[in-house]
Design a protein around this ligand. Structure first.
Ligand code: BTN
Length: 273
C-alpha cells in the first residue's frame, strides 16, 4: 500500500556535507520539480537543493513529453546548481547523472541488468524504462552557468497499473524486485551517487568508460528522431562528447541530440516513456 509522505520523512535523505542534495524541499503537489529547483537557484541556500514531489501536475519529459506518475508511487525530484564544468564536458552531465541513478537503483535490483539507453534513460536488460532524466542547462558568456537535472524513477508502480501507452515499454523497481521499495533511502543513495559524479566531473574526471560499459544500445538496430527527421542505423557506441555513434546508410554519424524512437530488438514498439 502507498503511504503519503511529509517533509520530515524526506529530510532524512538530506546530507549537509553534499554539494548536491544538502537539503530537501518536499511538495505534496507541484507543477514540476524542475521549475521549482531552477527558481530556488536565485534564493539564498537554494543551490543544490533537492526538490521532491509526491505528485506533479505538469511533470515534463524530454522533447516536450508529459511525465506521468501517480501520487506517492515514484521518486520525482530535481536539483539545480551552477556547475564548474568546461562547456565541452556539458554533454556528459546527463550521462553522469544517469550513472548515479543506475548505480543507486542497481544496488536494489542487482540482477535486473540495469543499463543506460542514450541519451540518459535507465532501462532493464530487456530495454524497459525504469527511470528518465530531464537535463536543462543555461549558458552565460559561452560558459555553462546553470544546470537543472530532473529525475523520475518508477519505484512502486506496477506495469499493470501504467497507462497502456507506457505499460509495454516501462517497468519499475518494485516489479523487478518483487516487493515495494522505500523511496526516502533510495533518494539518499541517488543523491550520494549524484554528488560523487558531479564532483568527479568538476575535478576533470570523465564518466565515459563507465558510460560506454553500460550502454544498452550498442550493436542494436535503431531509429533515432533528431527533431528534424528520423535516421536509421546500428548503434556503435558513445563519442567523447556523449553523442550517440550511429552507423547509418550514409556512414558513421555522431548525434548530439535526439531520441531513440524505435529499437529493432527486444522491444519492437516505441520505447519512449
Ligand atoms: C524523460 O525520460 O523524458 C525525462 C523524464 C524526467 C521526469 C522528471 S520527474 C521530476 C522532474 N520534473 C519534471 O517535470 N520532470 C523531471
Amino acid at each position: 500500500m502507498r503511504r503519503m509522505t511529509d517533509a520530515a520523512d524526506w529530510s532524512q535523505a538530506a546530507d549537509p556535507a553534499r554539494r548536491i542534495g544538502q537539503a530537501i524541499e518536499f511538495h505534496a503537489e507541484i507543477e514540476s520539480t524542475n521549475d521549482r529547483a531552477r527558481a530556488a537557484l536565485s534564493e539564498p541556500g537554494g543551490e543544490g537543493l533537492a526538490v521532491v514531489a509526491d505528485l506533479q501536475t505538469a511533470g515534463r519529459g524530454r522533447r516536450g513529453r508529459t511525465w506521468i506518475s501517480p501520487a506517492g508511487a515514484n521518486l520525482l525530484f530535481s536539483v539545480a546548481w551552477r556547475p564548474i564544468i568546461a562547456l565541452r564536458m556539458a554533454g556528459l552531465l546527463g550521462g553522469s547523472a544517469a550513472l548515479a541513478v543506475r548505480d543507486a537503483c542497481a544496488s536494489l535490483v542487482p540482477d535486473a541488468g540495469l543499463a543506460i539507453r542514450w541519451p540518459n534513460d535507465v532501462v532493464d536488460r530487456t530495454g524497459r524504462k525504469v527511470a528518465g532524466l530531464l537535463v536543462e542547462t543555461a549558458l552565460e558568456s559561452g560558459e555553462l552557468a546553470e544546470a537543472v537535472i530532473g529525475i523520475g524513477i518508477n519505484v512502486n508502480w506496477l506495469p499493470s497499473e501504467m497507462p497502456p501507452e507506457i505499460g509495454g515499454s516501462a517497468t519499475s523497481l518494485q516489479a523487478l524486485l518483487g516487493a515495494p521499495i522505500q523511496r526516502v533511502p533510495l533518494l539518499g543513495s541517488v543523491l550520494d551517487a549524484l554528488h560523487a559524479e558531479v564532483q568527479a566531473l568538476e575535478r576533470g574526471g570523465t564518466p565515459l568508460p563507465r558510460l560506454r560499459a553500460s550502454s544498452w544500445l550498442d550493436g542494436r538496430q535503431v531509429e533515432v528522431d533528431t527533431g528534424t527527421g528520423t535516421i536509421a542505423g546500428r548503434a556503435a557506441g558513445i563519442a567523447d562528447d556523449g553523442s550517440l555513434l550511429l552507423d547509418a546508410e550514409v556512414g558513421r554519424l555522431a548525434l548530439s541530440v535526439g531520441e531513440v524512437a524505435r529499437v529493432y530488438e527486444a522491444i519492437p514498439a516505441t520505447v519512449a516513456q
